[in-house]
Each structure stands twice: as C-alpha cells, then as structure tokens.
Design a protein around this ligand. Structure first.
Ligand code: NAD
Length: 249
C-alpha cells in the first residue's frame, strides 16, 4: 500500500498550504508523518487528521531543530524523508530600496537558515542508515529575473537552491538524495495574503502563467511524494520545477 509505506517522514510548515497537502499525500502513500509547525493549532490539526505526530518547532531555532530530528530518530529509530518546506513571504519585503535590514534578515533566517539547520541535523541520522531523501522548498522566483519584486524572498530561495545542489553532490555516494522543489504560484494562504495586500500583483502574476491559473497545493504534494519515494532514485542535486509553464515560457 503506497510508495512510502512505513517510511518516517518529517514535514515542516505542515499546518497550511503545500505542507498540509503533502502531509495528506504522504499519509495516503503509507508514510508515518511527523508534522512540524510554529502554529500549534493548525499543525496539531494536520497531525490529528492523518494519525501522525505533531511537534511544535520554529525551524529557524537551532536548538528546536536539533531536538526535533534527534527526537524523531529516537522515537521511530530512523528518519527517511525530510521535507523542509516552512517559509514566509511577508508583503513588506519588496524592492531593495524599501526593504530594511531587519526584514531582509528575518526572511533569510526563516527561509534559508532553517533549511541549513534542518539538513545539518537530519543528515547524521540518514548517514547512519545509509539512506534518506531530503526535499527543500525553493521557488520558481529563484530561477528567473523579474518574477517578483520581493528581493529578500527571491534571494532566500536562491540560497536554498545553491545549498541543495552542494549537499546533493556531497552526499550522493552515501545513499542520501537532496533535491529542491520549485513551485510556481500556488493558491495557498501565503500567496492569498500577499495578493490581498496588493491585488494588482495577482493579475500581473497570472498573465505570466502559460496554463492561465494558479497551482493547487495537491499538485505540488504529488511532486514531493515522487521526490520522497524510490521512483526518483536517480535524482539528486536537482531543481524540480512545477510551475504551470512559467519558467519555460
Ligand atoms: P503557507 O503560509 O500556507 O504555510 C506555511 C506554513 O509554515 C504555515 O503553517 C506556517 O505556520 C509555517 N511556518 C512559518 N514559519 C515557520 C517557522 N519559523 N517554523 C515552523 N513553521 C513555520 O505557505 P505555502 O504557500 O504553503 O508555502 C510553503 C513553502 O512553499 C514556503 O517555503 C514558500 O516559500 C514556498 N513556495 C510557495 C509558493 C506559493 O505560491 N504558495 C510558491 C513557491 C514556493
């Protein structure tokens, strides 16, 4: 029953959007899912829905991330999949001329430093097993210019891509695969909130999607499940783009 049968899978940002859809997909494919979020209410609900475990953690906090992965390894005996997905896209992060250093550092910390921390603390466990699949959420915005004016967000996702390539190559001979996912615009609270602050931005963004619509969280979850499973066994250090055609246009 399912490609992820009995695999232990950690999903960060599990309470909403892409993370929530992936929790559901992982569970449907047979995984034992550990749902991680700063928001205990939504994260707890996600875990409850699939009969998984909830762990409250801020992925930008080193101690919390170390305890998260050490705890999972201790309780389950292994960690097969880490979907490092939690991220923010604050509306105030915009042109370089208006983005303050505080906003810049906050976005880099939550979106990029968190991925560094999650990889750093899951890798020793995967190394011991000699297997594992890490999927880091980047974005199509890191693959093209003028995709968004959000300067800190774009830079933070570029960092995720570079880090992923580097780790993918470094651990390729140890049975550990590290891939980046580049979603296009997906109808999740993150995007909806951004567009509510600037409705014209939604219309502008849609014009550039060849498919003429935003993606659904489940369409990204399907790609994540592929990357997590053995179906992608020859893929590592890759950028997996699921964007309705934007970067191909
Ligand atoms: P979302 O806002 O719907 O969900 C993000 C979840 O992460 C929330 O549950 C939130 O509580 C959690 N979170 C935020 N900061 C956290 C922290 N410090 N520690 C732990 N949890 C934290 O967002 P989404 O659209 O599902 O985005 C998920 C990922 O996909 C993000 O990395 C985002 O940048 C990326 N992405 C989204 C889109 C899109 O269009 N929605 C496109 C490309 C990439």
């Amino acid at each position: 029953q399912g490609r992820l049968r009995d695999r232990v899978a950690v999903v960060t940002g599990a309470g909403s959007g892409i993370g929530l859809a992936t929790v559901r997909r992982f569970a449907a494919e047979g995984a034992r899912v550990v749902c991680v979020d700063v928001d205990a209410e939504t994260g707890g609900r996600a875990a409850e829905e699939v009969g998984g475990e909830f762990v409250a953690a801020d992925v930008a906090d080193e101690t919390a991330v170390r305890e998260l992965f050490d705890g999972v390894a201790q309780r389950y005996g292994r960690v097969d999949v880490a979907f490092n997905n939690a991220g923010i896209s604050p509306p105030e992060d915009d042109s370089i001329l208006s983005t303050g250093l505080d906003a810049w550092e906050r976005v880099l910390r939550v979106n990029t430093t968190s991925v560094y921390l999650c990889c750093k603390y899951v890798l020793p466990h995967m190394r011991r097993q000699g297997s594992g699949s890490i999927i880091n959420t980047a974005s199509f915005v890191a693959l093209m210019g003028a995709a968004t004016s959000q300067i800190a967000y774009t830079a933070s996702k570029g960092g995720v891509l570079a880090l992923t390539r580097e780790l993918g190559v470094q651990f390729a001979r140890e049975g550990i695969r590290v891939n980046a996912l580049c979603p296009g615009p997906i109808a999740t609270p993150l995007l909806t909130e951004l567009f509510a602050a600037d409705p014209e931005r939604a219309a502008r963004r849609l014009v550039h999607v060849p498919m003429g619509r935003f993606g659904r969280p489940a369409e990204i979850a399907a790609a994540v499940a592929f990357l997590a499973s053995d179906d992608s066994s020859f893929m590592t250090a890759a950028q997996f783009v699921v964007d309705g055609g934007i970067t191909g246009a």
